[in-house]
Design a protein around this ligand. Structure first.
Ligand SMILES: Cc1cc2nc3c(=O)[nH]c(=O)nc-3n(C[C@H](O)[C@H](O)[C@H](O)COP(=O)(O)O)c2cc1C
Length: 171
C-alpha cells in the first residue's frame, strides 16, 4: 500500500513557482491533474515553504523544464526554500508574469499561470484547485499535444525519471 500511488506515475515533473511580497521560491511538483478544461488540481504538503507562499498569494505558476535540466528538477525537489535560496543556488532565471504577479521560469518549454479557487485539507497535503488564467507552450515542443520525443521530464518514483520518447496510436 505504501507505494500504491506510484501506480499513477509517471507524471510530468513541474517546477512550481510561488511568490508572496518579496519572497519567491521554486519546488518540484508531480502530483497534479486536470479537473476541468481550464482548471487543474495540485497536491502540496502543507510543511513546504511553497505552500506558505501560495496560500498567502493565492496564485502560482507551473513550469516544464527539459529533461536536460534534471539536476535542477531534482534539487528543487530535495531542498527547502526555508534553508536555501534555490533560485540563486540553482541559477534559475525568472520572467514576469503575464496575468498574475508570480513569475515563470525563463526558457521553460511551457508554463501555466494559475489562480487558486479552492482548497481541500487532507492529512499532510492540501488539494489545491486552481484556474489556468494564462498558458504558454513553445511550438518546438508542444502543438495541441507534447510532440513525440521532445523530452518532457516525468517522475516515475524514487530517483527515476522518464520522457515521452515513443507514442502509440490505436487502429
Ligand atoms: C520529482 C519530485 C516530485 C515532487 N512532487 C511533489 C508534489 O507533487 N507535492 C509536494 O508537496 N511535494 C512534492 N515534492 C517534494 C517537494 O518538491 C520538496 O518537499 C521540496 O523540498 C519543497 O520545497 P519548499 O519547502 O522550498 O517548498 C516532489 C519532489 C520531487 C523530487
Amino acid at each position: 500500500m505504501k507505494f500504491a500511488y506510484r501506480i499513477l506515475h509517471p507524471k510530468v515533473a513541474f517546477l512550481l513557482v510561488t511568490k508572496y511580497g518579496d519572497r519567491t521560491n521554486v519546488m518540484t511538483l508531480a502530483w497534479h491533474m486536470p479537473v476541468e478544461y481550464d482548471t487543474i488540481a495540485i497536491a502540496i504538503d502543507r510543511e513546504n515553504y511553497s505552500y506558505e507562499l501560495l496560500s498567502k498569494s493565492k496564485e502560482f505558476t507551473l513550469n516544464v523544464l527539459p529533461i536536460e535540466k534534471l539536476e535542477i528538477i531534482w534539487k528543487a525537489g530535495t531542498m527547502s526554500g526555508r534553508e536555501v535560496d534555490k533560485i540563486a543556488e540553482l541559477g534559475i532565471e525568472l520572467d514576469d508574469g503575464m496575468k498574475i504577479g508570480t513569475p515563470h521560469v525563463k526558457n521553460a518549454m511551457a508554463f501555466l499561470e494559475c489562480k487558486i479557487e479552492d482548497e481541500l485539507k487532507l492529512k499532510e497535503h492540501s488539494l489545491i484547485v486552481a484556474k489556468i488564467v494564462h498558458a504558454w507552450a513553445d511550438k518546438r515542443f508542444f502543438r495541441e499535444t507534447w510532440l513525440e520525443g521532445c523530452g518532457v521530464p516525468m517522475h516515475v518514483g524514487k530517483r527515476f525519471f522518464t520522457t515521452n520518447s515513443k507514442y502509440y496510436e490505436p487502429k
